[in-house]
Write a protein that binds this ligand. Structure first.
Ligand SMILES: [Zn+2]
Length: 212
């Protein structure tokens, strides 16, 4: 990660920090923001609103560090801010933003900005968040962080979703705000998704779609 902070002579760069919940993504984002500030760079940060509130809030890591962030309802809201006046643009929880983010981030990088995006790469089923997949593909630098599996101690790359203490069913909605649910980091072996379609079912489904 060291070369990121070298003088880039006005060249834009996209850095993506991803991984499961509890892998320290936001902590790493804040670490990079702090180092940019030490280097006298101007930083602006954004995070999505999940409850339609529009305000200034903070990016917060589990270890208590924070940085001021503008809360946005859609990716396009970023363009209402004077991002050209900043050296570094940080976006947290990007998995909850819409696909416009890909084009907006590309535009900012083309204009010489250092854009740092942090977010979950996969949902609780272990399937990619589309917007993150595309950002990972166009990124210059990717850091996939991992947590520690609470069941067995292996590196955890998955977010286990629990509803009333039980692994959440495959068909439960991806985003469920304010319910009695819980997440914990798990490795692939300990990650459980009841109702997950088998390979045969997935392939049969794809064939139906092709025929239609
Ligand atoms: Zn495990």
């Amino acid at each position: 990660m060291g070369f990121l902070e070298f003088n880039r002579d006005g060249m834009g760069i996209l850095e993506v920090i991803c991984g499961p919940m509890f892998s320290g993504k936001t902590e790493e984002l804040i670490r990079r923001i702090r180092r940019a500030l030490i280097a006298n760079q101007k930083v602006i940060a954004f995070k999505p609103s999940l409850d339609n509130r529009y305000s200034v809030d903070h990016i917060k890591s589990h270890n208590g560090k924070s940085f001021k962030a503008y809360v946005i309802k859609s990716s396009r809201d970023i363009l209402d801010h004077p991002w050209m006046d900043y050296h570094v643009i940080a976006i947290d929880e990007a998995q909850f933003l819409d696909d416009d983010l890909i084009h907006i981030v590309q535009h900012m990088v083309d204009n010489g900005k250092r854009v740092i995006v942090s977010g979950l790469d996969k949902d609780f089923r272990g399937e990619p968040f589309k917007v993150m997949g595309e950002l990972l593909a166009i990124a210059d630098v990717v850091d996939k962080l991992y947590a520690i599996c609470v069941k067995c101690g292996n590196p955890a790359t998955m977010s286990q979703r629990l509803i009333q203490g039980e692994p959440a069913h495959y068909n439960s909605p991806v985003i469920m705000v304010g319910s009695s649910e819980l997440y914990e980091p798990r490795c692939r072996k300990c990650h459980k998704v009841p109702g997950k379609p088998s390979l045969e079912e997935v392939l049969a489904n794809r064939r139906v779609k092709e025929i239609v």
